[in-house]
Ligand binder design. Structure first.
Ligand code: SF4
Length: 444
C-alpha cells in the first residue's frame, strides 16, 4: 500500500503560521476536499499524512516533514491563487526525495492541466473528482496517463471526510471562525458539504471551472456538468457521527447554494426534527442566493425553526449596472427583500459583496457607493467585502486578461498576498475606494 502526503497549499490568504488564537475562516477551516480524499485513500488501506502549509513555519519545516514522512506520492489540491505554492511544494518534495511522484488535482489543474505539466514537477494531473481514482492511481500509477479524468463518484457511496488528518482538529473545531459581534456559535463547530456544483453562471465566479470539476462523461463522449447532492440519510448519518464523535454543536454547510432543491431541504428539516437533532440544539450556517431566498420565504422560516442561525448571502453589488455585468440574475430589490425575509425569521445575515469592478465602460465610484449604501441598509451581522478578482476560468477572466487589466502580484504589493483585499485590477482608484471601505464608522 502507498504512503501519501496530501498538501494543502492554502497560503494565499493566511500565510505561514496561521494563528488559531485569532480565528478566521481562512485560518480555521479544514479543506473538505482533502478530507474526502484522505477518507477514500485510508479506506483502501493507504497511509495518509497531511501537510497543511498554513500550520507550518515555512518551507524548511515543510522539507523536514517530507523527510520524516518519506512519502511515495505527494498529492496537492490546488486553487488558482495557490498555484505557485503548490508548484513549490512539489518541487521541494522532489528535490528531497527524487523518487516521489507528485499529483496535481482540484479546480485549477482541471481547467489548466497543460500549465501544470509545463512546470515540470507534476507526474500526473487528476482532473475532476478524485475519491475513486486517486486510491487506484497510487496503487498502480503505470495504469494512468499523465493527464486523466477521475471517475465521478456516487456521493452516497464514498467514505465520509477523514478530518482526523488534521492533528489539531479538536482545537480547530473549538474555534468560532466568524467573529460576529455579540454572537458566538455553539462550539465545537464542524464543516460539511451536501451538494457539489452550482447551476448558475455568474460571470465573476469560478462556476465554469466547477462545471468542469463536477462532470461526467456523456453518451457522446464529451463531458457534461453533473451537479448533484447527497441523500438526506447520508447527510444526517454524517451529522450524527460528528455529534457523537466530536460533540459537534454547530455546523457550517459549504454548499454553493444550500437550497438547490427546496424539496430536499424540506426532507432534511423533517429528518433533523425526527432524529432529535433540533431538540439537541444543533445550530447551522450556510449560503444562499438572494433570489432563492425570495422564492422560499416559508422554507427559510422552517430552516430557522430547525436551527439555521446565519445565512451567507452573496449580494455582490447593489448597482444594477454591476449586477448585470456579473450576470448575477438578481436585482438590488431582491437583495433587500432577501435580507428582510431573513430578519423576519430571526436568521442573521452575512453580507458578501465586491467592490472595485471596472466594466467595459470603466470603473465608476458610484457603483461602489451604491453597494456600500445598500449593504448599510441591509445591516448584516457581518460585512465581508472583497476587491474584485478576475478569477481564472471565470467567464469574465478573458476580458480582463486580453485587455491587460490584471495587476500581477508584484504590482499589487506583497507577492504572497492575493487575499480578498489586495488590489488586483487596473483602472480602479483604490485609494479613493478605501476611503469608503476602510472607515469602520461606515460599517458600524
Ligand atoms: S456566485 Fe454563487 S450563484 Fe453565482 S455561479 Fe458562483 S456559486 Fe453559483
Amino acid at each position: 500500500m502507498a504512503n501519501i502526503l496530501l498538501v494543502n497549499p492554502a497560503l494565499a490568504y493566511s500565510g505561514w503560521n496561521a494563528d488559531l488564537r485569532h480565528p478566521s475562516p481562512d485560518s480555521v477551516f479544514i479543506r473538505l476536499g482533502i478530507a474526502y480524499l484522505a477518507g477514500s485513500l485510508k479506506a483502501r488501506g493507504h497511509a495518509v499524512t497531511l501537510a497543511d502549509l498554513r500550520t507550518l513555519s515555512g518551507w524548511e519545516e515543510y522539507g523536514r516533514l517530507v523527510e520524516s514522512v518519506s512519502p511515495d506520492f505527494v498529492g496537492i489540491s490546488i486553487h488558482s491563487v495557490e498555484f505557485p505554492f503548490a508548484v513549490e511544494a512539489a518541487r521541494r518534495a522532489k528535490r528531497i526525495l527524487p523518487r516521489v511522484k507528485a499529483i496535481a488535482g482540484g479546480v485549477h489543474p482541471t481547467m489548466f492541466p497543460e500549465e501544470c505539466l509545463e512546470e515540470g514537477v507534476f507526474d500526473h494531473v487528476l482532473k475532476g473528482e478524485g475519491e475513486v481514482s486517486l486510491p487506484l492511481l497510487v496503487k498502480d500509477p503505470s495504469r494512468f496517463p499523465r493527464v486523466f479524468w477521475g471517475e465521478t463518484p456516487d456521493l452516497d457511496k464514498i467514505p465520509f471526510p477523514d478530518r482526523d488528518v488534521w492533528p489539531d482538529l479538536r482545537q480547530r473545531l473549538a474555534c468560532e471562525p466568524f467573529g460576529i459581534k455579540g454572537y458566538r456559535f455553539p462550539l465545537p463547530m464542524a464543516e460539511m458539504i451536501n451538494t457539489r456544483g452550482c447551476p448558475y453562471q455568474c460571470t465573476f465566479c469560478c462556476g465554469p471551472g466547477e462545471h468542469q470539476v463536477y462532470s461526467r462523461p456523456s453518451a457522446g463522449g464529451d463531458r457534461k456538468t453533473y451537479i448533484r447532492g447527497r441523500s438526506v440519510a447520508n447527510v444526517v448519518a454524517e451529522l450524527e457521527m460528528l455529534m457523537e464523535k466530536y460533540g459537534i454543536r454547530s455546523v457550517m454547510f459549504h454548499d454553493d447554494q444550500f437550497i438547490l432543491s427546496p424539496q430536499w431541504v424540506e426532507r432534511f428539516i423533517e429528518a433533523l426534527h425526527s432524529r432529535g437533532i433540533v431538540k439537541a440544539g444543533l445550530k447551522w450556517v450556510t449560503s444562499s442566493r438572494a433570489d432563492i431566498i425570495c422564492r422560499n420565504d416559508r422554507l427559510i422560516g422552517k430552516m430557522a425553526d430547525a436551527g439555521l442561525e446565519l445565512l451567507i448571502i452573496g449580494f455582490e453589488s447593489f448597482s444594477p449596472r454591476i449586477l448585470k455585468w456579473f450576470g448575477k440574475g438578481v436585482t438590488a430589490e431582491e437583495n433587500f427583500r432577501a435580507a428582510e425575509i431573513c430578519r423576519t425569521h430571526g436568521v442573521k445575515v452575512w453580507a458578501n459583496y465586491i467592490l472595485g469592478i471596472p466594466t467595459d465602460t470603466g470603473w465608476r465610484m458610484e457603483d461602489d457607493l451604491a453597494t456600500v449604501e445598500g449593504v448599510l441598509r441591509v445591516r448584516p451581522v457581518h460585512y465581508s467585502p472583497a476587491l474584485y478578482t478576475p478569477v481564472p476560468g471565470s467567464l469574465l477572466y478573458p476580458y480582463y486578461k486580453d485587455n491587460g487589466l490584471i495587476l500581477e502580484a508584484s504590482e499589487s504589493g506583497d507577492l504572497n498576498d492575493r487575499g480578498a483585499m489586495t488590489p488586483k485590477v487596473k483602472g480602479v482608484d483604490y485609494d479613493l475606494l478605501k476611503s469608503i471601505m476602510m472607515d469602520d464608522s461606515a460599517f458600524l
